[in-house]
Design a protein around this ligand. Structure first.
Ligand code: ZN
Ligand code: FE
Length: 259
């Protein structure tokens, strides 16, 4: 069976490891910002590293790439961006990545610019690795892209099948939910989710993966079509907002300063 395991790194990153132990003792890791944490996991699990997938150029996602690739002679897939060292297989929109280890499906690449311009996501059979684009109950900051780019990228992810499991790179869920609650204080699904996710954190568990359906129902950045979300964004921005993109841009500005 294919399994996807979090390797905690730094304060709140997850490096995701993909394996199918019935078929192979090799692993694929996603966004290994920390070589030591990744290596410790591989050693403890008795695994070899077949390949690395990189979503974007930020150091907390790429810091361990060169060291791990050298040590394990691993293939490295990532955006076509010269800033990232060690990419052996540059990929972009709609590229297909063949089965990298026995028992793990092919992957398809989606371009999801916004957080950075080079940001890509990896779509498998029922799961997606979306880096810092879509978070549980939130989305990445706009460091390089425009609100329109990010809104479009999030819409593409939101259009994936409802049951798709979503593997984000950071454990930001509880703080994102405080913002979601400020945007939609009357929305029962958000209230319920605050309770559910707090319970996981209290038990020391990750809140991830999330699902596209849970994000559609509780993530304000995917709910720009909701009346309450639009009204809150207008109250914050003191503007009358014309469309979902303007609602999205106002929400993103609001979140930047939200404590
Ligand atoms: Zn980032
Ligand atoms: Fe990050």
């Amino acid at each position: 069976m294919l399994s996807i395991t979090p390797i905690p790194a730094f304060a709140d990153n997850y490096i995701w490891a993909i394996t199918n132990l019935a078929r192979s003792r090799r692993a694929i890791v996603v966004d290994p910002g920390d070589a030591a944490a990744t290596e410790q996991f591989l050693q403890q699990s008795g695994l070899d590293l077949a390949a690395i997938l990189v979503t974007h150029h930020h150091a907390d996602h790429t810091g361990g790439v060169v060291e791990l690739a050298d040590r394990y002679h691993a293939k490295v897939y990532g955006p076509k961006n010269d800033l990232i060292q060690g990419i052996t297989h540059p990929v972009g929109e709609d590229d297909e990545i063949p089965e990298l280890i026995d028992g793990v499906c092919k992957l398809r690449v989606l371009a999801v610019p916004g957080h950075t311009l080079d940001h890509i996501a990896y779509l498998g059979d029922g799961f997606v690795f979306c880096g810092d684009t879509l978070f549980a109950a939130g989305c990445g900051r706009l460091f390089e892209g425009s609100p329109a780019q990010m809104h479009n990228s999030l819409q593409r992810l939101a259009a994936l099948p409802a049951e798709t499991r979503v593997y984000c790179t950071h454990e930001y869920t509880l703080s994102n939910l405080r913002f979601a609650l400020a945007v939609e204080p009357g929305h029962a699904a958000v209230q319920q989710r605050v309770f559910d996710e707090a319970e996981k954190r209290d038990a020391g568990l990750p809140t991830l993966p999330t699902t596209i359906s849970l994000e559609r129902s509780t993530n304000p950045f995917l709910r720009t079509g909701s009346r309450e979300v639009a009204a809150s964004a207008e109250r914050f921005s003191k503007l009358s907002l014309q469309d979902e993109l303007e609602v999205f841009a106002a929400l993103r500005r609001w979140k930047n300063d939200f404590r």
